[in-house]
Unconditional design. Structure first.
Length: 631
């Protein structure tokens, strides 16, 4: 449970005056138990906390201010909002978990009775109250001679003189809950027995992503394993019944949406309308006036597909999918075991969703990266311009699908890239099935597509007198036909999403200023420029921009400049091979070598919204070759 649950232990230390004092070590607010290290735990003097137990009530701000004064080490992270619950329990070690089976026992109409039956009379029960001072007091009062506590809609609290005792108590009570639920639960058969076709699946996912990108770009995580929930005949009830624990509200919202082919717009409009109604009706009762969070769902169940979750990045979307799976499974279990769900009412949900102390967990992220939530395909990405462009786009926050025909080189290049936001596909893009695989990978991994960098190419050379038809065809197939096939394949993605897109064709200075004995390359690159112009003409009505970057003589890291090509071009210019690179640099107006990062910068400009009003353009990155000025 990302960010949920807590653990604490009490030890003794000598304070700065030499006095022996008891310290409560508790997980910091927002830290994840799965990855927590020493710096994720905050020490507080226990004797500064225990006197608060005599208070009848305390406001959240007063509690936080008092906790800050009790912290042992200046500069420590903010302690958990449940610090006082751990402090008031008279045990050296306390554990609190949001175990799914425990939540299932409490998320139904007869929670107190069921908890006693399933876990035993020695386990206390605390009715729901939002975490904080009131929960700490009621938990301390209920603990008495109990051996553990179940917090309604919230989870389990255990304790012991050692951490082993507390953990064993947790495991034992979760085991009892599992056994009780297993005896009561009758699994129902799925009502959706066939999986949607691959074409319909792509249409659903990309259309959904386009609608969810209305406020800001997001990526999607598709969880096929949640078909056990999405394919139920009561999937709408599961989606709307609530969450396993209120903590999930912060990350995945209080409800999920359900969409089917043909009703995406209607379903999302209904969800958005209901979100606004709940906010408008109850926000005045919060005693504060927060800005409304996005009314669109971050979790969507799709019968025949599973669950789609959105996020500004792939990790956020995946975390939401994992939390959604837990919540959905708890609700489904409750329905199967008890026939009805009882969860928080609308006011309680809204109170938790807009609770300032919890919202702080999600704050402090700063300005998002320029290409946050964007998905880009880069071809020819194993080296040179393609790899540099992929790296640059990733640094700007994009999610990148790298494609190249050279599998080993591509794998080596991809190994150093962030795996959450990149994936590589070995593909011969002159083949339609390979093009299809690259695009399907973008849809399945990230939910759709925002831009394509059409960079893959080959450099065929030879005079018209000696050039073979096979070599001529090879240049046209790789440098022009493959670009056409990819352009054609991504077109319906852009149409389905309805949020525009960007096509960036990496052509060459040779498209405008060809070189002798470089006919096949020059002609195919000229064809690529014309393809881009047609894409700009046809893409305008659906918001798709198409632009060209024309580099020249990019030697660094390039697979294009093979030893054979170097020798041929040096001979064509009457130069020693060792002087070839300096010759190309010196013949430009600026007299500088062109590097892959220079081209990557131009590519990023066309991918980004900085070029939102530009299409059909050719941007030269050649150091200034006058003969290649665009006309």
């Amino acid at each position: 449970m990302h960010g949920g649950g807590n653990t604490s232990t009490k030890t003794t230390i000598l304070d700065p005056t030499g006095r022996e004092r008891t310290v409560l070590w508790i997980k910091a607010s927002g830290a994840d138990l799965a990855t927590a290290g020493p710096d994720d735990f905050v020490p507080l003097y226990l004797d500064a906390l225990l006197p608060l137990e005599t208070h009848a009530a305390m406001a959240d701000d007063d509690v936080i201010e008092h906790l800050s004064r009790a912290v042992v080490r200046a500069g420590s992270r903010r302690p958990s909002v449940e610090t006082l619950l751990h402090a008031f329990l008279a045990a050296d070690h306390v554990d609190h978990v949001h175990a799914s089976s425990i939540c299932a026992l409490t998320n139904q109409p007869h929670a107190r009775e069921i908890v006693a039956t399933a876990l035993g009379d020695d386990v206390g029960f605390v009715p729901y109250v939002r975490p904080g001072f009131a929960l700490a007091l009621s938990s301390a009062e209920e603990a008495g001679n109990r051996t553990a506590l179940v917090l309604e809609h919230h989870g389990l609290v255990t304790w012991g003189d050692t951490d082993e005792e507390s953990v064993e108590a947790t495991l034992e009570l979760v085991r009892r809950a599992d056994e009780y639920l297993a005896k009561r639960t009758t699994r129902r058969a799925a009502s959706v027995e066939t999986t949607v076709s691959s074409a319909d699946r792509e249409l659903l996912i990309t259309t959904l992503r386009g609608r969810l990108c209305r406020e800001q770009h997001v990526v999607l995580h598709i969880d096929d394993l949640q078909r056990t929930v999405s394919d139920r005949d009561d999937v709408q009830q599961v989606a709307e019944a609530g969450r396993a624990t209120p903590d999930h509200i912060l990350r995945i919202g209080a409800r999920s949406a359900v969409v089917r082919p043909g009703n995406i717009d209607a379903a999302l409009e209904s969800f958005e309308s209901e979100s606004r109604r709940i906010f408008d009706e109850h926000v005045s009762l919060l005693g504060r006036t927060p800005s409304m969070r996005s009314p669109l769902p971050s979790v969507v169940l799709i019968p025949g597909v599973g669950c789609a979750t959105s996020g500004s990045n792939a990790r956020e979307a995946r975390v939401r999918a994992e939390l959604a799976a837990e919540s959905h499974n708890v609700t489904a279990t409750v329905l199967d075991a008890f026939g009805a769900v009882r969860w928080l009412d609308e006011i309680e949900q809204l109170d938790f969703e807009y609770w300032p102390l919890e919202l702080e967990k999600l704050a402090g992220r700063g300005e998002p990266p320029e290409l946050d939530g964007r998905v880009v395909i880069v071809t020819g990405a194993a080296s040179g311009i393609g790899l540099s462009a992929a790296e640059d786009l990733l640094e700007r926050g994009a999610h990148v699908v790298l494609a190249d025909i050279d599998g080993p080189k591509l794998d080596h290049a991809a190994a150093s890239l962030e795996p959450d936001r990149s994936i590589s596909v070995t593909a011969d893009l002159t083949q339609e099935d390979a093009v299809d695989e690259v695009v399907r990978t973008a849809v399945e991994r990230f939910g759709g597509l925002d831009a394509v960098v059409l960079n893959a190419g080959v450099a065929s050379f030879g005079s018209l007198k000696t050039l073979s038809q096979a070599e001529w065809n090879r240049a046209l197939h790789v440098n022009a036909t493959a670009q056409f096939l990819l352009t054609k394949r991504v077109w319906p993605i852009f149409e389905n999403q309805g949020i525009g897109g960007s096509l960036v064709y990496v052509a060459s200075k040779n498209a405008f200023a060809p070189g002798a004995e470089f006919g096949a390359y020059s002609a195919s690159k000229a064809a690529q420029v014309q393809l881009a112009r047609i894409a700009a003409l046809e893409g305008g009505p659906i918001g798709v921009r198409a632009n060209v970057v024309n580099p020249d003589a990019v030697f660094s890291g390039s697979a294009l400049w093979s030893p054979e090509l170097r020798r041929a071009r040096a001979a064509a210019h009457g130069l020693p091979e060792a002087e070839l690179e300096s010759f190309y640099a010196s013949r430009s107006l600026l007299g500088i070598p062109v590097m892959p990062k220079d081209v990557a910068e131009a590519i990023a400009f066309f991918v980004s919204d900085r070029s939102r009003a530009t299409t059909g353009a050719v941007l030269t990155v050649d150091g200034g070759v006058a003969a290649a000025f665009p006309r």
